[in-house]
Every structure is written in C-alpha cells, then in structure tokens.
Design a protein around this ligand. Structure first.
Ligand code: FPP
Length: 251
C-alpha cells in the first residue's frame, strides 16, 4: 500500500482519502510494549521510555481517528504491573496524572470521549477524581472513544463481574454470556476487532481476555515510542485482508 499523505484535518470526510485501508476496524486495542527497550537502546532509564511512549499517544489517537476507527483502547497499566520496581510504578502513576492534566482539555476540543477500564479504587483519591472528571467532561463527545486501561486485568474483570452477579442474587440458571458481558468494565463498548501489540511480542497478557475472543491479532517489532503512521497502515491493511469467520464456515 502506498505511503499515505494524511490530511491534517481531524475531521476526515473519507478515511480512504487519508490513505487508510477500508473497511476500518470499529475498535482497535493496543498493547503498548517496548518502552524499556527503546530507552535502553539510547542508554537511558526505563522511565525515559515511558515518557516517550506517553508523548506518542496524542499522535496515535489522531491517526486512528483519521482512519475512522471509533474506539481505541490503550493498555497503559496492568494489575500485574504493580510488581515492577516502586520507582517505575511511581513514574507510571505520575505520568497518567500529567497526561490527564495536560491533555484532557485538548482531547475534549478534538471530540475525544474518554473511558476508563480497570480498578479505580487502587488509585489515590486525587487521581481517581482526575479520571472521573475527564470521563464526565468528555461524555458527550463522538469523534473517537479512547478507552484507558489503567490498573486493568482481564481475569480480575471477570471476577468483578461474577462478584456483582452474586451480590445481585442472580441464580445460576439466569447467568448467560450477556449477563456477564453487561457487568464487565467494558459494558456498552463494542468488542475489539483488532488487537495490536508492539515490540514483537505475541501475547495477550491478560488484556481484554473476554472481549478479544474473536479479535484479529497483529504484532509489529516496532517499539511503542516509534509506532506511527507506517505501522498503522500496515496493521489496517492486514486487517482489511482478514476473513472474519466467528467460528462459522465462510466460502
Ligand atoms: C510496556 O513496555 C509498557 C508499559 C507497561 C506501560 C505503557 C505505558 C505508556 C505507554 C505510558 C503511560 C500511558 C498513559 C496514558 C499515561 P515495557 O516497559 O514492558 O517495555 P520493555 O518490554 O521493553 O521493557
């Protein structure tokens, strides 16, 4: 596919005009991996990589928006990431606070609707309030939905849904997929069509384990801070070539 020259507008008329492969996935979910390796290759500490990775996010939201992707989920911090060195956890937690402070108004102006998935109760009061305020501020926006997976784990999400069902007193016979689905953090959001992982890894790492049951998977060796237009083109072109069968026979 030829390299696109994307229009600078944030309100594309036709994604194909922006060099995007049709039809675009409605929902792309990204495991942003490789910040540490990116920093090490430059002789810097891991947090330098996380800062560079964070800087990349604004651009990526814009590029996917131009391709008419309506939902973009970003795996920013997993429930397993608490086991990282304290200084790295602190830096990552600081980064989300900084991003919210610095970017939310801009995102709001650009029509981004922000969502959060994960356990917010592990965050301190101030940060929790920042996340909730950003969600409230942007709730009527329709340009693109950005779902921040922060303190998120797919297994924990299912556990939380089951706990809720039990709390509600739902009987075993009444429990079906819809009952569970509607109690996941992602209730009301479509399942991801395409999961992208950077830095050459091929694992799901507890990301959207329920929702990604029929997602297409695409991986690139590119490290997250370097992930950009070329990788998006490659991912969307690969997606456009896939035949999605959802377990059925497609001739
Ligand atoms: C994985 O790279 C990356 C993470 C665990 C954090 C991802 C976070 C960001 C991109 C920034 C935070 C985002 C927001 C919205 C504030 P790694 O550290 O495992 O890299 P490595 O495998 O090369 O060591």
């Amino acid at each position: 596919m030829p390299s696109p020259s994307r229009a600078s507008t944030t309100h594309p008329v036709d994604p194909a005009e922006n060099g995007c492969a049709p039809p675009p996935p409605q929902h792309v979910a990204i495991i942003m991996d490789g910040n540490g390796r990116w920093a090490r290759a430059r002789g810097k500490d891991r947090n330098f990589g996380h800062r560079a990775g964070t800087e990349n996010i604004r651009n990526i939201i814009r590029l996917f928006g131009e391709c008419d992707v309506r939902y973009l989920t970003l795996y920013a911090f997993s429930t397993e990431n608490w086991s990282r060195p304290k200084s790295e956890v602190r830096a990552l937690t600081r980064l989300i606070g900084q991003v919210l402070k610095r970017e939310v108004k801009k995102m709001h102006r650009e029509g981004v609707r922000l969502h959060h998935i994960g356990r917010l109760d592990a965050l301190d009061e101030g940060l929790r309030r920042q996340v909730q305020d950003a969600i409230e501020l942007t709730k009527d926006n329709e340009r693109i939905n950005v779902v921040l997976a922060w303190n998120y784990g797919g297994r924990g999400e299912i556990v939380d849904a089951v706990r809720q069902l039990i709390t509600e007193g739902m009987g075993a016979e009444a429990i079906d997929e819809q009952a569970i689905e509607s109690r996941l953090y992602t209730s009301g959001l479509p399942d991801p069509d395409l999961v992208i992982r950077t830095a050459g890894e091929m694992r799901l790492s507890n990301f959207l384990v329920w929702q990604a049951a029929y997602a297409e998977f695409w991986s690139t060796p590119t490290l997250w801070p370097d992930f950009g237009a070329a990788e998006i083109d490659a991912a969307l072109s690969a997606y456009a070539e896939r035949t999605r069968k959802f377990g059925a026979v497609v001739e």
